[in-house]
Design a protein around this ligand. Structure first.
Ligand code: TXA
Ligand code: MG
Length: 312
């Protein structure tokens, strides 16, 4: 059910959960002041309680109240990328942030989302926790309709149209002496080079490198449609459903879903989750993905999401 900005403000300030647009993906929002509403987010998504939520704020100054320590380059990163698709994990004063939101961790992730309507909302509600607005494990929602598909047509959603990026925020964590990436996202590792003077290392949560900080959510099944995805370098199959690129020809395909041009990773990021959801809407049992694309920039995020989505 589509609601107005005023309705969203009063529902959130009354302790209810609402779907909210961001430039990355839709979020399932609750006010930081209502731990019961935060519990409802975990229940609605079927999300494990040890998977923490990101705190969304309207201005960078609001973060000072929660922060135990502001790591080096925090301010430079904030002014270069906020509002925008970057989440920064920092140590927090535990008494100032409900334990349920951060899954008991002594750290929390913060982000200022981009859409004007969402920042106006945040000014009127204060900080909101928001995971992606999908059932845990499924592809993220990039339209208000996707949110209704997962949580029911009566579920309240503020409609902001299709998300600009269609891909989650890139999550950075301060790790002793440098920032590292604990979840690939809409910003590429090399995007941070001008601000940091180095390209942050990618910490894959599946590696057994316990000295590095972890992103708990990366350990779970994620982004997966019911359809089985097969990832291929070279597609020559007959009568198959293909997820591929508009500048390539798949002469024997029974159906082709287009990620856009093969030199445009932003277009592919924008389309990916909507395509994965369409497979299930149309009861397509399996699809073959054209993985013949580069190994750098935003393509890394796409590769990682497709790998996760293809692992049941
Ligand atoms: O773009 C986004 O980040 C979207 C929009 C709605 O803002 N939100 C989003 O939230 O993707 P979610 O909950 O689907 O993913 C957040 C990820 C999870 O994998 C979680 O484990 C990780 O962030 N995370 C949150 N707080 C953390 C912390 N203190 N330490 C490590 N990882 C954390
Ligand atoms: Mg998510």
């Amino acid at each position: 059910m589509k609601i107005t900005l005023d309705q969203a403000v009063s529902l959130l300030n009354g302790g209810l959960v609402v779907g909210i647009p961001t430039e990355t993906v839709y979020g399932l929002a609750a006010s930081i002041n209502f731990p019961e509403a935060i519990g409802e987010i975990f229940r609605l998504k079927g999300r494990p309680s040890n998977n923490p939520l990101i705190v969304h704020v309207a201005t960078v100054d609001e973060i000072a109240f929660y922060a135990k320590k502001i790591p080096p380059n925090f301010k430079e990163l904030a002014s270069a990328f906020w509002p925008g698709p970057m989440t920064l994990i920092i140590p927090i004063i535990e008494d100032n942030l409900p334990s349920i939101a951060r899954a008991g961790l002594p750290t929390a992730g913060f982000r200022i989302p981009k859409p004007a309507i969402t920042r106006e909302l945040l000014k009127r509600t204060g900080p909101l926790v928001m995971p992606s607005a999908n059932i845990s494990g499924s592809p993220s929602a990039t339209t208000a309709e996707h949110v209704e598909d997962d949580f029911g047509s009566g579920f309240s959603v503020l409609d902001g149209g299709q998300c600009d990026q269609g891909m989650e925020s890139t999550i950075l964590c301060w790790n002793h002496s440098a920032w590292s990436i604990i979840r690939l996202g809409a910003l590429a590792p090399e995007d941070f080079l001008p601000t940091l003077g180095y390209t942050p290392k990618i910490n894959d949560a599946t590696e057994e490198n316990q000295s590095m900080p972890l992103c708990p959510g990366q350990l779970y099944r994620h982004y997966s449609p019911i359809a089985k995805l097969h990832l291929l370098q070279n597609i020559t199959l007959h009568d198959a459903v293909i997820i591929g690129f508009s500048d390539r020809i798949y002469p024997n395909a029974s159906r082709v879903f287009l990620l856009g041009n093969s030199n445009d990773p932003a277009a592919a990021a924008h389309e990916l989750y909507a395509i994965l959801r369409t497979l299930d809407d149309e009861h397509i049992e399996q699809a073959f993905v054209d993985m013949n694309f580069p190994n750098h920039g935003l393509w890394l995020t796409l590769r990682e999401r497709l790998l996760k989505a293809s692992t049941a």
